[in-house]
Design a protein around this ligand. Structure first.
Ligand SMILES: O=C(O)c1cc(C(=O)O)c2c(n1)C(=O)C(=O)c1cc(C(=O)O)[nH]c1-2
Length: 573
């Protein structure tokens, strides 16, 4: 969408969750910078009236801030000229049964915006937890259309942020913890009619492989594998949902995203490579056809779902400027691929405490595993790093093209894992493992790192007491902003990692900061509202450390630092 791409380059707007199609989360603005950030103060704030985890960030378009909430998925439009006034509010009616089948709190990763087109007005897209996609008139808040994308009776919810490309809006799925077979769907912006749908498992026609699929790298696998790498019909309940972030290259017209973990978590119940779960996809956005697919963790044994951040950059590889895609995976490895054909350029560990894998063989693309940290029936595997939460989970990261550095908020959590057998029942949890999670070898639960994605060199790294769940935002003012689970928004010097400013918010953060200019003044905004997978212990107040799929044990300290809340806080100099 050319108009959307244009808007994404203007400092007055923040029009996509990813900031731009390349998902740089980088702003050229320098009004707030490393010298003056210490003077940042609260400009205004807004309580959403909803508890539970607030993921993603608000959008800012043409002087209006669009704020969303977790379930019940309310939307508010707020004028930046009069932030004390709500221009319109959209409060959907939806099936509350959705709450019981959401795996990891009732989160929502945010709204999408489409500028007015020939046959539709400027539109806000919202995914409801109960599986519906809705289009809302951005000016008036009126419902334009509503589509069912996911069936909660099958355990499929919707938490992913929609993504607008050309005349389509792309939507994923959730529910791999309930045996949902994952797919991504493109709907026409104007009427919500389905343009294409592509699955992660099953016959090639369903996965939509192009004729030259993986022709640059036949050893990644080509045809028939969505069936052959499963036993019997296991692919039908085999997971591979996509609830993370998309990226898009408008020259190549290619869409990038990851499919998640195979179901169930207990690997004994699904022999084979389980293609194409855990895969980085490069697809033609017009047809949905896959040009390449690279499976990072064949036959996953640890729930290292692969839906995370996809960051696009152009950097020199072997003396040649190359279009790259960088993906910090749940499994503790960072992958950089040539995004034209999927060829692996590098794969390295987020840090040397990652132990399930020794390294990735760059020729074959396969991980060389350490059998000591494998999981299997009648065995409790201990000290596995990363934990099922991954060293990187759902945050959107940032890329500073001037410094050629990615900034990553990461986890530092390890685990013990013991599988058990269980039957599949539609709409019920289908996991089959008991987990204990705890801080990694460095003694903390989180880290922030500045990384060169081609060489793997970490320019700097700092520890955080808790996971940095919501990702980072960088600016040309030599700054990187992020929120912490215990409720700080922080700014660090992007060259050194030095902490320059922090402010304690009313509740912990699992979303990302945004920055925009209004009336010639730069603002930084962020949601507070702890929750998500790490916050389930706070939400449900569970005493069993293995509850919340292990999250309660990992984050047992969190309740001493923050409690639920929900809103947006805006800062300026
Ligand atoms: O497999 C899935 O379909 C699925 C969905 C979601 C979700 O929709 O929030 C999460 C996960 N898996 C998951 O594995 C995970 O770690 C996770 C963390 C969070 C969160 O918001 O904090 N959601 C999810």
């Amino acid at each position: 969408n050319k108009e959307l791409e244009q808007l994404s380059k203007q400092n007055t707007n923040w029009v996509m969750q990813t900031k731009d199609y390349g998902s740089t989360h980088f702003s050229e603005m320098i009004d707030i910078n490393a010298n003056n950030v210490k003077n940042l103060k609260v400009a205004w704030s807004f309580s959403t009236g909803v508890l539970n985890g607030h993921e993603g960030g608000p959008l800012v378009v043409d002087g209006i801030m669009y704020v969303h909430t977790p379930y019940p998925n309310n939307v508010f439009a707020i004028s930046l000229d009069e932030p004390d006034k709500i221009l319109w509010q959209f409060k959907p009616k939806q099936n509350p049964a959705a709450r019981a089948v959401a795996c990891c709190d009732v989160v929502n990763r945010g709204l999408a915006y489409a500028p007015a087109g020939k046959d539709y007005p400027a539109t806000i897209f919202l995914n409801q937890l109960d599986g519906h996609v809705v289009a809302i008139n951005a000016k008036t808040g009126e419902l334009l259309w509503k589509m069912e994308n996911s069936d909660i009776a099958m355990g499929s919810t919707l938490t992913v942020a929609p993504f607008v490309v050309k005349d389509k809006v792309i939507v994923g799925t959730s529910g791999a913890e309930l045996g949902v077979r994952g797919y991504a769907t493109a709907y026409n912006i104007k009427d919500g009619k389905q343009a294409w749908r592509v699955y992660a498992t099953g016959p090639d026609e369903d996965i939509k492989l192009s004729k030259d699929f993986n022709s640059a790298n036949p050893h990644y696998g080509q045809f028939g594998l969505g069936l052959k790498t499963w036993e019997g019909d296991a692919w039908k309940i085999g997971g591979g949902t996509n609830w993370g972030w998309y990226a898009y290259d408008s020259d190549l017209e290619m869409l990038y995203y990851g499919s998640g973990n195979p179901a169930p978590w207990n690997e004994t119940m699904r022999p084979g490579d389980n293609k194409w779960t855990m895969t980085i996809w490069g697809r033609d956005v017009n047809t949905g056809e896959a040009k390449f697919g690279y499976q990072k963790t064949p036959h996953d044994e640890w729930d290292y779902a692969g839906v995370n951040y996809m960051g696009l950059s152009e950097q020199v590889v072997d003396g040649k400027k190359t279009k790259l895609l960088t993906h910090p995976d749940r499994n503790g490895l960072v992958y950089t691929l040539n995004r034209e054909n999927g060829t692996l350029v590098n794969a390295f560990k987020i840090d040397d405490t990652v132990n399930w894998v020794k390294k990735v063989d760059l020729k074959t693309g396969l991980p060389i595993r350490d059998p000591e940290y494998s999981t299997h029936m009648d065995h409790q595997a201990t000290g596995i790093c990363p934990s099922a939460m991954g060293y990187h989970n759902q945050g959107i990261e940032s890329y500073d093209p001037n410094k050629q550095l990615f900034f990553m908020g990461t986890n530092h959590i390890c685990m013990d894992w013991e599988p058990f057998m269980l039957p599949y029942r539609a709409g019920q949890f289908f996991v089959g493992a008991t987990l204990n999670m705890y801080p990694g070898p460095k003694g903390t639960l989180g880290q922030v790192k500045a990384m060169n994605s081609v060489t793997g060199k970490m320019e700097w790294e700092v520890q955080e007491k808790f996971a940095v769940w919501g990702g980072t935002t960088a600016t040309a003012g030599d700054l990187v902003f992020y929120g912490t689970l215990d409720g700080y928004i922080k700014a660090r010097h992007s060259k050194t990692g030095e902490e320059l400013w922090k402010f304690k918010l009313p509740s912990g953060v699992i979303g990302h900061p945004i920055t925009y200019k209004h009336n010639n003044k730069q603002y930084v905004a962020i949601y507070y509202g702890v929750g998500g997978w790490p916050g389930v212990g706070l939400v449900f107040d569970l005493a069993d450390p293995t509850a919340g799929l292990g999250a309660v044990g990992a984050f047992k300290e969190l309740a001493h630092y923050t409690q639920m809340g929900g809103g947006v806080m805006v800062f300026s100099l």
